[in-house]
Design a protein. Structure first.
Length: 226
């Protein structure tokens, strides 16, 4: 039987008193009466738990300095993952034999791009930018017809809020004033929770396309700003 079995300890955090009921190489278990709690051994005895027995307390006071692999396992795994990532990224496994497959790892070592490769990449970026500029120009012409559409002042119906009036509009987003509340909506065929208009199908189809054009223009501008 381990010398700590049946020894009385106190939790330094909760001040609860308990009895050690089991001890092995990496943990000990304490019975607090209404619960049983497992702690890392011997690290817990260096701070988390305080032994009543003074002799044993002094013996284990500095036990936290000699921690087992179990207490550091998470840190070791993190370091190992970092090393594995670096080895894969920089080709350090090249030429080694994979233990699972038995095959030689032939991943090429990273190298600097040549002048020709850099010039080709730059030409590709320039061509892509020209394509984006042309698409943006086409969208700006197409969206002009939609920008003339105005729903401000138009009456709408909504089952939950009743009859309302559109008070403002930005793109395919509208604000509606109902008798008791003001609500904002996005006019898009994929959203069913929206007010209905007199010519509902035509209006929603037009503003769905309006929103799609606006979103695509934003995407193009973000890509060109990179």
């Amino acid at each position: 039987m381990h010398e700590l079995i049946n020894e009385i300890v106190m939790s330094t955090r909760t001040r609860e008193i308990g009895t050690i009921i089991s001890v092995d190489d990496v943990r000990l278990e304490v019975d607090f009466g209404d619960k049983r709690v497992k702690y890392p051994f011997p690290q817990a005895l260096a701070g988390t738990l305080s032994l009543k027995n003074r002799v044993l307390r002094e013996k284990y006071r500095n036990s936290g300095a000699d921690q087992s692999f179990e207490s550091y396992k998470g840190q070791y795994i993190g370091v190992i993952r970092e090393e594995m990532y670096c080895c894969r990224t920089y080709g350090y496994y090249r030429g080694l034999v994979a233990p699972v497959t038995g095959r030689t790892i032939k991943k090429p070592v990273l190298k600097s791009a040549s002048k020709e490769e850099l010039e080709a990449a730059e030409a590709e970026r320039a061509a892509r930018r020209l394509d984006l500029e042309q698409e943006l120009s086409d969208l700006e012409q197409k969206i002009g017809d939609y920008e003339e559409l105005s729903l401000t002042g138009v009456q709408v119906e909504f089952p939950k809020y009743g009859t309302g009036v559109v008070t403002s509009q930005t793109g395919n987003k509208i604000t509606v004033q109902f008798p008791a509340v003001e609500k904002a909506f996005v006019l898009d065929e994929k959203y069913s929770a929206r007010p209905s208009f007199e010519n509902d199908k035509e209006i929603v189809a037009a503003f769905t396309e309006y929103g799609r054009l606006l979103d695509r223009m934003k995407q193009i501008k973000r890509e060109m700003d990179k």
